[in-house]
Design a binder for this molecule. Structure first.
Ligand SMILES: *Cc1c(COP(=O)(O)O)cnc(C)c1O
Length: 351
């Protein structure tokens, strides 16, 4: 995309900063499949400590991270319980079936947020006809749920119930950093609720590549084997781990700026006839909204914005998403808000 475009399609579009590139260029490296990349080892220790886990593993993507965790937790014929709109079920190319031979039982959460009472009756009895309920997956923040932060009490209730019933609990924390910054609840407090946690460096943190999974030492050892099986063993990958370490040092606290910028854009949407925030509150950097059919489709609005240099995501016939990130300044957020107001005023005749 030309530099003049303001790209709000995703927080994955960020480019590494000069400081991050310098850290990458000077990274000490070794063969990570031999366990000899000092920068990767440093990152894995740092992530494990942040999440309060014994060990962590650097992987190429959030998808690989989730899928390796699911594979390491399950046997073929097991069942995973998850929210119906979660990334693991909807946006990982059917990986749970392909890589792990497990099924998903989806449950409609409230903006992606499950309550323990929705799960309590979902454990299958021990019967040869039935799949074996084994794993529960939560997502925090919840992407399709509008960037919602899970209430910690809800996670703790699900965690206690899962433990009491011998189920494993996994967190897709692609945007856990956003939840940490908004809630003030440390990553380790969230991490304590889960058997495994996946986090991304390539979303709001602005690294070009990379995710990590964390959990008990024996679990991470199994996940390391799965990573190799998936073709994800990488060699002098400290160059990428250096970007992730740099992001942890410099780009976590600043997520608050993305959240402030999201409020500016959300407010414009909320006050524009024909557009509606769904859900009505924006808590983090994801702004999900819907277009009134009388105004047109999401594609119509996205095209009109594109003509004025703003790129947003079309996520359904009437559904759109705009995302703030490291490469969006407060002035650019204001520009996006003003452009949204203008575009829609031109399309909807004033009554
Ligand atoms: C982006 C994302 C992932 C996967 O990340 P990739 O690195 O794109 O594979 C997983 N979960 C959620 C909620 C995400 O938004």
């Amino acid at each position: 995309m030309p530099e003049s475009f303001l790209d709000l399609r995703s927080d994955t579009v960020t480019r590494p900063t000069a400081g991050m590139r310098a850290a990458m260029a000077s990274a000490e490296v070794g063969d990570d499949v031999f366990g000899e990349d000092p920068t990767v080892n440093r990152l894995e220790q740092r992530v494990a400590a942040l999440l309060g886990k014994e060990a962590a593993l650097f992987v190429s993507s959030g998808t690989m991270s989730n899928q390796a965790c699911i594979r390491a937790h399950t046997q073929p014929g097991d069942e995973v319980l998850c929210d119906a709109s979660c990334h693991i079920y909807n946006s990982e190319a059917g990986g749970v079936a392909v890589h792990s031979g497990v099924t998903c039982r989806t449950i409609a959460g409230d903006c992606g947020i499950l309550d323990v009472t929705q799960l309590e009756d979902k454990i299958r009895p021990d019967d040869e006809h039935l799949v074996r309920t084994r794993l529960v997956c939560l997502e925090n923040t919840h992407n399709r749920g509008g960037g919602k932060v899970y209430p910690l009490e809800k996670v703790q209730a699900i965690s206690a119930w899962a433990r009491a019933n011998g189920l494993r609990l996994h967190l897709d924390g692609a945007r856990l950093w956003n939840a940490v910054v908004v809630s003030g609840i440390p990553a380790a407090t969230w991490g304590a609720c889960f058997d495994s946690v996946s986090v991304c460096f390539s979303k709001g943190l602005g690294a070009p590549v990379g995710s990590a999974l964390a959990g008990p030492r024996d679990f991470v050892a199994r996940a390391r084997r799965v990573r190799k099986l998936f073709g994800g063993g990488m060699r002098q990958v400290g160059i990428l781990a250096a970007a992730a370490l740099y992001a942890l040092d410099h780009h976590v606290e600043r997520l608050a700026e993305d959240h402030r910028n999201a409020q500016v854009i959300a407010s414009a949407i909320a006050h524009t006839p024909g557009l509606r925030l769904v859900p009505p509150e924006v808590e983090t950097n994801l702004i999900w909204f819907q277009v009134d059919p009388e105004l047109g489709t999401a594609r119509d609005v996205a095209d009109a914005l594109k003509q004025r240099g703003i790129l947003v995501n079309v996520s359904g016939r009437q559904v759109m998403r705009a995302v703030t990130h490291l490469d969006v300044s407060p002035a650019q957020a204001e520009r996006a808000a003003e452009t949204i107001r203008q575009v829609v005023r031109q399309v909807v005749p004033a009554s």
